[in-house]
Design a protein around this ligand. Structure first.
Ligand SMILES: C[S@@+](CC[C@H](N)C(=O)[O-])C[C@H]1O[C@@H](n2cnc3c(N)ncnc32)[C@H](O)[C@@H]1O
Length: 290
């Protein structure tokens, strides 16, 4: 993704969190990322809820695919939006520290039982431990640990996601590229009816994915509001992010220059359903989320 020989590759100077993505349960994930004020799932929640509302076709239950879902982080927010104890605090609780991963999954299963609100949430992530946990905890109706950057979906994944109506993602693009979206849309029964709400760090260029979606007759709009994702882990990350956003012609003032990774949010809809500008359609949610 780099366009000059002396420039750091976009995203390659980001801190490496691989070890927290592959623990047997989410405690370390939330602990480490909380230290950096990771907050994009919480900020994305009002947008996801509103998109679910406005994209509803006939009152049926909805099928959502969360790409790079990790331990079911977005499901945890969707299922317990007004909870007095947010997910990070829930996992940081001293009592939870004494539980085995199996006991913690069981506690989560109780926490989220009966709170799915008619949503079928499917998950894709490269991490088998994260997907396994999210399934055991009742945070995913079904999930698959596969890396579509490097290969085609398994027959089980292809069949399982065929009826997806909405794709969501936070913190995923960059790890996944157009390749993953190509492989996902190829196995969907009606890709021309899909909606997508994808939060993307401003260091990354979303246009290759938006172009792919356009080839299915889907229209992508940037909602025009940016959202804090997390603080930079160190000076190198900050310098690289400033370099990357400037190279993309974006102004980091008040955003990356203030010490935070910021995301854009892209809403994609079938052309026939895209009469009202996305930012108008989601205006109340954007005020809540920003
Ligand atoms: C920053 S986390 C985001 C998790 C969650 N969506 C959130 O916002 O908290 C990135 C996730 O991408 C996953 N990931 C990395 N490379 C991937 C790939 N090629 N395919 C699918 N998932 C991948 C990691 O395992 C990790 O769970």
């Amino acid at each position: 993704m780099s366009d000059t020989p002396d420039a750091p590759l976009t995203g390659t100077t980001k801190a490496n969190f691989t070890d927290i993505y592959t623990q047997p349960d989410p405690r370390r994930y939330y602990k480490v990322l909380s230290r950096l004020d990771y907050q994009i799932p919480r900020r994305a929640l009002p947008v996801f809820r509103e998109v679910l509302e406005v994209s509803r076709r006939d009152g049926r239950s909805r099928t959502v695919l969360d790409v790079c879902c990790s331990y079911g982080v977005n499901s945890a927010h969707l299922f317990a939006p007004d909870d007095r104890q947010p997910a990070a605090a829930w996992y940081a609780d001293r009592e939870k520290g004494r539980l085995s991963p199996e006991e913690l999954a069981e506690a989560d299963r109780h926490r989220y039982a009966g709170r799915h609100g008619g949503l079928t949430v499917l998950g894709l992530d490269a991490s088998a431990p994260a997907i396994g946990y999210a399934r055991r905890a009742g945070l995913l109706t079904w999930g698959w640990a596969e890396d579509l950057e490097s290969g085609d979906p398994s027959p089980e994944l292809a069949a399982g996601i065929a009826d997806t109506e909405l794709i969501i993602s936070t913190g995923g693009v960059g790890y996944v590229t157009r390749r993953t979206f190509e492989r996902l849309l190829r196995v969907m029964r009606a890709p021309e009816n899909l909606w997508l709400a994808i939060f993307v760090l401003r260091v990354f260029d979303y246009s290759p994915i938006a172009d792919l979606l356009a080839s299915y007759g889907l229209v992508t709009e940037n909602l025009g509001t940016t959202f804090r994702q997390r603080r930079f882990a160190n000076d190198a990350e900050r310098a690289a992010a400033l370099h990357d956003v400037r190279r993309r012609g974006l102004d980091p003032a008040g955003k990356e220059a203030s010490g935070w990774f910021h995301t854009d949010c892209f809403l994609t809809r079938p052309a026939a359903e895209a009469e009202v500008p996305a930012a108008d359609l989601l205006a109340p949610a954007l005020r809540e989320a920003a």
